[in-house]
Design a protein around this ligand. Structure first.
Ligand code: PMP
Length: 334
């Protein structure tokens, strides 16, 4: 059942933090209060936030683990599953931290190129995963930086076929519509990651969560640092979940994304179809630097992605400022 987990972790007991009612609390070497209760450690497993998230997802709180951004959760999966020298497989191009985290955790990272940077040859990928002897597979769906969404059936075909743990990173899923969290209970080799940094627009509080079968979450909890999510982030995350703000913002981002795509096309660019809050497109080298000189930041890439750019969807005013600056650069260059 837990076949892909590291042996040592199977025999490790999680650090046990007891949450109890108290009159005097002197059991954790905390200091004396001076700033609004912040002398206390946070609730270890973000209980209120976890309960609320579980309710929304139709899950049991035990099927969730809250982290300091989804970045921490990617690392926790590696800590729980990866032995030194074992292989992590992903696609390319994708989120560059997968490679960096793999190397930090002493793994070997190999990637499978998407066709035309957009399509995933599912059979080819499964064969690649199996031949590489992968312990862990990480897929960003929708994918950063291309914005591509892989069909639900393709992801599930991969989960069922491979002999490895699959970490499905749904950082951008709220801008799309094919979440897979309902599949985690029955598929023990699947965990899904989500974040508050994108659709919830709260990157500053560093909050993410993992959804998985409760047995798997129980194991991954053993490699989590106690009190990993601070008091303020737990509080603000809970507040955010009861606000309608993100729904309005997601609607705006989706419509602005389509407008920006059309506007960029009018100016001769060919942005990829996007299921996220950004657009990815090829352009003449140096576009990012030329825009930066005008105070407009977009993301340029190096290496194999030289000549490709990613622009996040902002407010209509911000997007107009990008378009205006792009026109200026085009005029200057022509
Ligand atoms: N996964 C993907 C695919 C991302 O693009 C990002 C952020 N760029 C992250 C994870 C990290 O998100 P967080 O802020 O939750 O750590």
């Amino acid at each position: 059942m837990y076949k892909y987990l590291r042996e040592e972790i199977k025999n490790l007991k999680a650090y046990d933090v007891k949450e109890r009612e108290y009159r005097v609390k002197l059991d954790a070497n905390e200091g004396i209060e001076w700033l609004e209760g912040l002398n206390r450690y946070p609730v270890d497993r973000s209980d209120r936030l976890r309960d609320l998230l579980a309710q929304r997802l139709g899950k049991d709180p035990d099927e969730l683990l809250v982290g300091n951004g989804s970045s921490e959760l990617i690392e926790l999966a590696m800590k729980a599953y990866l032995e030194a020298g074992e292989t992590v497989v992903s696609i390319s191009p994708t989120f560059s931290m997968y490679r960096i985290f793999t190397i930090i955790h002493k793994g070997r990272y190999v990637d499978y190129p998407l066709q035309d940077m957009e399509r995933l040859d599912v059979d080819g990928f499964i064969e690649f995963v199996e031949q590489s002897g992968a312990k862990l597979v990480i897929i960003s769906n929708p994918n950063n930086p291309t914005g591509t969404l892989f069909p639900r059936e393709d992801i599930m075909r991969i989960v069922k076929a491979v002999h490895a743990m699959v970490v499905l990173d749904e950082a951008y899923i709220e801008f799309s519509d094919l979440p897979l969290v309902d599949e985690t209970r029955d598929n023990l080799n699947l965990v899904v990651l989500r974040t508050f940094s994108k659709a919830m627009a709260l990157a500053g509080i560093r909050l993410g969560y993992m959804v998985g079968n409760r047995e798997i979450i129980d194991y991954i909890n053993r490699v989590r640092s106690p009190y990993n999510v601070n008091v303020l982030s737990q509080e603000l995350g809970t507040k955010a979940l009861t606000s309608d703000q993100s729904r309005a913002s997601i609607g705006m981002v989706r419509s602005e994304r389509e407008r920006m795509k059309r506007e960029l096309e009018k100016r001769g660019f060919k942005p990829f179809e996007s299921h996220t809050n950004f657009l990815f497109f090829p352009a003449k080298e140096g576009l990012d630097d030329a825009l930066a000189k005008r105070g407009i930041m977009i993301r340029g890439f190096g290496g194999e992605l030289e000549g490709y750019f990613r622009v996040t969807i902002g407010t209509p005013e911000e997007n107009d400022a990008v378009l205006e600056a792009i026109e200026e650069v085009q005029n200057e260059r022509s």
